[in-house]
Design a protein around this ligand. Sequence first.
Ligand SMILES: [Zn+2]
Ligand SMILES: [Zn+2]
Ligand SMILES: [Zn+2]
Ligand SMILES: [Zn+2]
Length: 455
Amino acid sequence: MADQLNLTQLLTCNVCGDILSEPITLSCGNTICSHCFPVNSPSNKKSVFVCPISQCTSASHLFGPELLVDASISEIANILREYLASCPCPLSPVEEYENGYLDALSRAVVPYLRCSGCHLTTVDPITSHCGHTFCRLCILQTKVDSDNCNVCYRPLPKYSHLSAQSSNKLIAQMIKSLQFAGALPFTTTETALLDANNNEQRNVPLFVSNNVILPGQKFKLPVFNAAHLNMFRSSLIPSSRYSGLCLASVHRNKPQVAQFGTILKIVGVEHRPDAIMIDVVGTDRFKLDSHREENESTLFADFELLPEASITQFGIEFPCSSAGDVAMIQEHAYGYSVELADTILHFIHHLGQAPNMPNGTLHAQTQGILGPLWFENMKTIHGAIPSKSDPAAVCWWAAVVLPTAPNDLYGLLRTVPLVDRLELVITWMQAMQNQWERCRSTAINAINRVANQYQ
Ligand SMILES: [Zn+2]
Ligand SMILES: [Zn+2]
Ligand SMILES: [Zn+2]
Ligand SMILES: [Zn+2]
């Protein structure tokens, strides 16, 4: 145990070389003493500062001067100082071990490695600027629930910061050392639901949304009243597979639960006086096997996740083909889906061009009917246009930016083979084009008739 724990080395400040005193944990995950914080840093007034850890690779640091003492590390450093003072040094590592000093030390340290949310040994530890440490999934859950740290009630940083923040390196390292030393059991980062090993998921709570949300789509979900909030809370899923909090969303449950839905990953939370606004992004689709209602308001389901890569990709069966044949057919099918994606992208560019007809001219062209402003807005809201070499992304992106009815979106969500989905989007484009041309011709004919009457 002795050489594996090495607490003295771990708790030595990288800046001053002493045992950490009033330690603060920076957003890059490194811990230094408060007095080692760069006071004369040119950007000290702002949250952004130059990191005093020379090996640090983080591009930016948050909450510089406002960082409070890391409560867990501060306690552990105190324990170590007391131990070093009481231990009749110098003892050899063997003597330390045989006299039970190290055992006592690790037993004293373990309680401070617990999460402030779930009170178990922290998994992927994140320390807020208030100095309290949680598992990443626990702090995200706390942020959604109340917006405040549940120890000191100070407001927590933004959800997106917490989900991207580096782990507390020192706490993670201490946990690992104690696990190898046998003083702590090994914990797993796998969560029970939406784990990485399984596409078949059992007993997952469903979130019923008013909208069909597609993979890759960004969406703002408002949660207003108490009933809705309850449903939202009971359907939140901490997921190791998507490394964050998720919702398994279906767009309706009456008269019948929608059979296909989308896993939404929560990427932002804003607490407003009258509502919580939840920023989500669609990830994989799922297909329901069965569902049941529990305590009236909550639906639970068994479903199969349909990540794009796992789908028999192009919906083509390959009876008794050799591996070489299958590869060739797949390559051909990929080539075809890239062609379809290219057609879709051309149409969208065509709609978003500046019209080449003078203003006020009646014409039956569809070029530019939605215009450059629409095009720019779509890119801002839904992200950059995917490349045709990612046909699946093109299909979802196009479906979101085109004016599409919810029923059609659901039709797309439930179409499994990629080529079929791309062809479906193309039929919508053709229908739009035909409709537009018909409207324009009718208008032009009507005007011509009126003009003829007055000749
Ligand atoms: Zn220091
Ligand atoms: Zn740093
Ligand atoms: Zn926790
Ligand atoms: Zn706190």
